[in-house]
Design a protein around this ligand. Structure first.
Ligand code: WTA
Length: 637
C-alpha cells in the first residue's frame, strides 16, 4: 500500500501546509480521495464555530471498518494486522492477520446483532488490552453502533455515570484483566455499576483470567458461547452498515474543569481521514513497519494510533497487555527486540519511570530495529527527551513530540519524523490543516514569534470534536465560547523566536497525572463524599515520574488522632468513586482554606504552596483571613 498523501521532504511539508490554508477543501478532498467511500461526499466542509456546527464530507457514505479491513484483504490478507503480546512474557503471543481480524470482527458483529444491538445504539466496552478489545471496537463500528470504551482503571461509579449519560444498554467486558502482578476483576466492577443501571440489557463477557464471576440469567453471556452460536448459524458474513460521514463513530469520556466528565463525540468520515493522514505523516510509516503504541485503547491515543489510524493504513500494530515495569523494567525493550519494532510511541511518564532503573534493562536488548520514537500525553522534559534520544534511539531515531487531545481526535502539532526538524521538549510545527493561534486573557491574538499565551485553533480539521454527547451546549461553552470564533484547547503554549511551539501545560483546573487527564473538581467531589470531610481543594504539584501529582487540602471534622489512617480512608474513597488513577498523592489537613471575601478559593496560593514556592505566594490581601496561609505553609507535606 502506498500513501499518496505522504509528505517526504521539508519542501513538501511547506507546500502541503500552504495549500491546506489557502484551499482547505481542495486539500482535504484530495486526501480523502484515497479512502474507500460507498458514495463520494457532496461538500468537503461546512462549518461555524459559533454553534458549533461542523460537517466534513457531507453526503459521503462509508464504513470505517471497510477501510480498516475489507479494503486490505486482497493485498494484505496474510499480513499481520495485530501482534498481541501478553502481560506474561511466557504466554504465547498471538498474531492476527488482516484476514483473521476481518473474520473475527465479522463474527463478533453478528454476536452484537443477535443480541439486539442496532445502528446508533451505544455499546460500552470495558476490557483489558486483549485483541478482543480491538475486535469489539471494530465490530461495533461495523454495524453502525457507537462505542464508548472505558479504561480499566475506572471505578464502578465512573462506569455507572458513563452508562447513564450515554444510555448504553449493551456492555462488552472480560471476567478479569492482567496488569503486571495484578488481576483486575473487571466483571465484578461492572456488576457493581449495574446495581444503578437497570436499563442494561446484555453483558458479553470474554474469558481471560477465569476468576469466578457471577453471571445473571438472561443478561450475562459468555463471549465464547455467543461466537459458537454464530458459527452454527453458518453465515459468516456481516455486511458493513452504510454510514453517513457525520454519523457518530464513538464517544470517549474525558475530564474537564467541571465536576462531570464529558462524552466527546467523533464522527465516521473526518476521524478516519485525519487519524490515517496524521499516522502516516507523523510517524513516517512505511509498509511493513512494525508500529508499537504503548497506550491503552481506553484512551484516545489507543483509539487513534493502535486501532483506527494504523489499520486504515494497512499497518502492523502491536497490542501489549502489560505494563512497562513488570516482570522487570526491560519489558518494552524486550518487545521491541522480539518483534523488531520500528516505531515506538509512548508517554513521558513511562520514559521517566524507566530512566529510574538505569541502563541495565536497556542494554540487554537489541533495539537496532527502531527508526522512530514518539511521545504523547504530557510535556516531555528535556532530561527525559535526551535519555530517550541517546539510550533508546541511539541518536539516530527522530523523536516526534505529538501534541493533541481527546477532542482533537488526532495529532495536531508535531514534527514529522525525519522530515521536519525536532527540538527537545517542543511539539514544533502544526500539521497541514492546523492553524494554531496564541491569545492573551482577553482573547487578543498574539502575533509574531517569542510569545506565550493560550492555545487556540482557528479553523476546523476533519477530526475536531463535533459535540459532547447529549449536551451540545456544554461543547459550545467548554471549547468555543471562551474565545469566540476559535476552538480553545485549555493549554498554555509558547511560540519561540524561531516559530516552534512548546506546550506548557493546562491553564484550566485539569491535572495531567501520568498522562491521564483528571479534573480537580471531580476529585474534590469524590473527597467531599467521604464522611468527616467538610471541605477540600485539589491542586497539582510537580512529580518526578508522574509529571503531576495530586495534592489535597482537607478540612476534616475529627481524625480520631490517627491522621495517616484517615488519609488512607480518604484515598480509598477517591479510588471507589473515580478509580485508582485519581488516588491522591498527598493529603494535608488544614483548618481553613484561603478564600476571597466572596468565598472563592484562591487556588493560585494553594498551587504555589504545593509546588514548594512558599516564599513566592504573591499578594494575599484579597483574602478574608490571610493567617490561614501561614498555617498551611507550616503544615506543607
Ligand atoms: C496534554 C492525549 C504537552 C495537553 C492525546 C492536552 C501534551 C492533554 C502533549 C490532552 C504533548 C498531550 N506535550 N502536553 N505532546 N500531548 N498533552 O485528552 O495538556 O488525554 O490538553 O489526550 O494532554 O490529554 P488527552
Amino acid at each position: 500500500m502506498s500513501y499518496p498523501f505522504q509528505i517526504k521532504s521539508i519542501e513538501q511539508y511547506h507546500a502541503a501546509y500552504k495549500k491546506s490554508v489557502a484551499d482547505p477543501e481542495g486539500f482535504w478532498g484530495e486526501v480523502a480521495g484515497s479512502f474507500y467511500w460507498r458514495k463520494r461526499w457532496d461538500k468537503v466542509l461546512d462549518w461555524n464555530f459559533k454553534d458549533p456546527d461542523i460537517k466534513w464530507f457531507s453526503g459521503g457514505k462509508l464504513n470505517i471498518t471497510e477501510n480498516c479491513l475489507d479494503r486490505h484483504l486482497g493485498t494484505l490478507g496474510n499480513k499481520p494486522a495485530i501482534i498481541w503480546e501478553s502481560n506474561d512474557p511466557d504466554e504465547h503471543h498471538r498474531v492476527l492477520t488482516y484476514r483473521d481480524l476481518y473474520q473475527k470482527v465479522v463474527q463478533f458483529a453478528n454476536v452484537l446483532k443477535n443480541n439486539g444491538v442496532k445502528k446508533g445504539d451505544r455499546v460500552c466496552i470495558y476490557m483489558g488490552m486483549v485483541p478482543e478489545l480491538a475486535i469489539a471496537v471494530l465490530a461495533t463500528a461495523r454495524i453502525g453502533a457507537v462505542h464508548s470504551v472505558i479504561f480499566g482503571g475506572f471505578s464502578a461509579q465512573s462506569i455507572a455515570d458513563r452508562l447513564q449519560d450515554a444510555q448504553s444498554e449493551f456492555i462488552v467486558t472480560c471476567d478479569g484483566a492482567y496488569r503486571g502482578n495484578k488481576d483486575i476483576p473487571l466483571k465484578s466492577v461492572i456488576d457493581d455499576a449495574l446495581v444503578q443501571c437497570r436499563f442494561v440489557k446484555k453483558v458479553v463477557v470474554l474469558t481471560r483470567t477465569r476468576i469466578p464471576v457471577s453471571m445473571i440469567k438472561g443478561r450475562d453471556l459468555w463471549w465464547e458461547d455467543e461466537i459458537k452460536k454464530v458459527e452454527t448459524m453458518g453465515n459468516p458474513d456481516c455486511p458493513a452498515e452504510e454510514m453517513n460521514a457525520e454519523d457518530p463513530l464513538f464517544i470517549l469520556y474525558t475530564s474537564g474543569s467541571t465536576g462531570k466528565p464529558k462524552g466527546v463525540v467523533h464522527t465516521c468520515g473526518g476521524y478516519m481521514v485525519y487519524t490515517t493522514y496524521s499516522f502516516v505523516n507523523v510517524f513516517q510509516y512505511n509498509p511493513g513497519d512494525i508500529h508499537f503504541c504503548t497506550a491503552d485503547i481506553g484512551w484516545i491515543t489507543g483509539h487513534s494510533y493502535i486501532v483506527y489510524g494504523p489499520l486504515c493504513a494497512g499497518a502492523t500494530s502491536v497490542l501489549f497487555e502489560g505494563v512497562p515495569t513488570w516482570p522487570d523494567a526491560g519489558r518494552f525493550w524486550d518487545i521491541v527486540d522480539k518483534y523488531k519494532v520500528n516505531v515506538l510511541y509512548t508517554a513521558p511518564t513511562a520514559i521517566r519511570s524507566l530512566m529510574s532503573y538505569g541502563l541495565g534493562p536497556v542494554h540487554s536488548h537489541d533495539l537496532s530495529s527502531l527508526k522512530v520514537l514518539g511521545s504523547v500525553g504530557e510535556p516531555i522534559n528535556e532530561e527525559a527527551w535526551h535519555w530517550y534520544d541517546e539510550n533508546i534511539g541511539k541518536g539516530k531515531c527522530p523523536i516526534v513530540d505529538t501534541w493533541w487531545q481527546t477532542e482533537t481526535g488526532g495529532i495536531l502539532i508535531s514534527n514529522l519524523a525525519g522530515v521536519t526538524p525536532s527540538k527537545a521538549s517542543y511539539a514544533t510545527w502544526p500539521l497541514p490543516g492546523i492553524q494554531p493561534v496564541l491569545v492573551d486573557e482577553s482573547g487578543n491574538e498574539l502575533e509574531g514569534n517569542g510569545v506565550s499565551g493560550n492555545l487556540c485553533i482557528k479553523f476546523p480539521w476533519p477530526s475536531i470534536i463535533r459535540t459532547t454527547y447529549n449536551d451540545h451546549e456544554r461543547c459550545r461553552t467548554n471549547y468555543f465560547a471562551t474565545y469566540p470564533g476559535m476552538y480553545f484547547t485549555g493549554d498554555g503554549c509558547l511560540r519561540d523566536e524561531s516559530g516552534y511551539y512548546r506546550i506548557t501545560g493546562r491553564v484550566d483546573d485539569v491535572l495531567n497525572v501520568s498522562g491521564h487527564r483528571i479534573g480537580t473538581a471531580e476529585v474534590e467531589n469524590a473527597i467531599n463524599m467521604h464522611a468527616g470531610v467538610i471541605e477540600s481543594a485539589v491542586v497539582g504539584y510537580p512529580h518526578d515520574i508522574k509529571g503531576q501529582g495530586i495534592y489535597v487540602y482537607v478540612i476534616y471534622g475529627n481524625t480520631h488522632g490517627d491522621e495517616n489512617l484517615t488519609r488512607q480512608d480518604i484515598a480509598q474513597t477517591v479510588s471507589r468513586i473515580i478509580g485508582p488513577i485519581a488516588r491522591p498523592d498527598k493529603i494535608q489537613f488544614v483548618s481553613g482554606l484561603p478564600k476571597t471575601r466572596s468565598g472563592k478559593i484562591m487556588r493560585r496560593i494553594l498551587r504555589k504552596i504545593a509546588e514548594g514556592e512558599i516564599d513566592n505566594i504573591g499578594d494575599t490581601s484579597a483574602l478574608l483571613d490571610p493567617s490561614v496561609v501561614e498555617e498551611i505553609k507550616k503544615g506543607r507535606l
